[in-house]
Design a protein around this ligand. Structure first.
Ligand SMILES: N[C@@H](CCC(=O)N[C@@H](CS)C(=O)NCC(=O)O)C(=O)O
Length: 210
C-alpha cells in the first residue's frame, strides 16, 4: 500500500507502531498511476492509500484502514476494544475527523474540483476553510472538557489522526487559535514513539488564519 502523498503515512504509522509486517508499494498519483487499469482493477475507487489484507481484500479509506489494523491486531493502546466504554467517543471522533474535517480539507486543497468556473475557486476554498475551522473549534471545546487527549487521560489513534491534519494544514495558525489542540499537538509529538507528524512542505500548506 502507499504512495507519495500525505494520507498514506497515517495507516503506515499504525503498521509501524503495531510492529505489523507489511510490504509498501508506492503509487505515484502525480503521474496518474492510481488511474491505470491495473490499479483500478484492484481498487475501482482509484484512491490511495489502499491496503491488501492477508485474505486478499483490497481496503481503502484511511480511517477504516487504521481501525481495521488496530482491531485485527488488538492494538488496544491505539483503539479501545469494542466492549470498552471509550469505544463510543473514540469512534465518534474518528468518523468526525474523516467525514467532516479531512473531507473538507480536500476541498481547501482542490477547490477546482467543485467550482464550475475558475473564478469560483477562491469562494469554494474560503467556505471549506471556514467549515474546517468551525469543526476544529468544536474539537477544541471537546478537548478542553475531556483533556488532554480525545479520550481524556488516554492516548489513541484519534489524537494522532487529528494532529496529523493540523500539521498538514497550518500548525502554527491552528495552534494559535485553539489552545487545547495546541496542547494535544505538543503531547502527541513528544510521545516516545512519536508518530511522523511534522510541518508539511510549504507547497502543500494552506493558511488557516481567519
Ligand atoms: N477518503 C479517502 C481520501 C483518500 C484520498 O483523497 N487520497 C488521495 C491521495 S492523498 C488520492 O487518492 N487522490 C487521488 C484523486 O483524488 O484522484 C481516505 O480517507 O482515504
Amino acid at each position: 500500500m502507499g504512495q507519495i502523498s500525505p494520507v498514506p503515512p497515517l495507516a503506515q504509522w499504525v503498521l509501524e507502531d503495531g510492529k505489523i509486517e507489511y510490504e509498501l508499494r508506492k503509487i505515484d498519483i502525480l503521474n496518474g498511476e492510481h488511474r491505470t487499469a491495473e490499479f483500478l482493477a484492484v481498487n475501482p475507487a482509484g484512491l490511495v492509500p489502499m491496503l491488501v489484507t492477508p485474505d486478499g481484500d483490497a481496503l481503502y479509506e484511511v480511517a477504516a484502514l487504521m481501525l481495521y489494523l488496530a482491531d485485527r491486531h488488538q492494538l488496544t493502546d491505539l483503539a479501545p476494544s469494542p466492549t470498552d466504554p471509550d469505544r463510543g467517543p473514540f469512534l465518534s471522533t474518528v468518523f468526525h475527523i474523516a467525514s467532516d474535517i479531512q473531507a473538507e480539507m480536500k476541498r481547501v486543497h482542490f477547490p477546482h474540483r467543485l467550482a464550475l468556473r475558475m473564478a469560483d475557486c477562491a469562494g469554494v476554498q474560503d467556505l471549506a476553510k471556514s467549515l474546517v475551522l468551525s469543526r476544529l473549534d468544536v474539537m477544541n471545546m471537546r478537548l478542553a472538557k475531556r483533556r488532554p487527549y480525545v479520550l481524556g487521560s488516554r492516548f489513541s489513534l484519534a489524537d494522532f489522526y487529528l494532529c496529523f491534519w493540523v500539521a498538514y494544514l497550518d500548525r502554527e495558525g491552528v495552534c494559535l487559535q485553539f489552545s487545547s489542540i495546541a496542547r494535544l499537538y505538543d503531547l502527541v509529538r513528544s510521545r516516545p514513539s512519536a508518530p511522523p507528524i511534522s510541518k508539511r512542505p510549504r507547497r502543500w500548506q494552506r493558511s488557516m488564519r481567519r
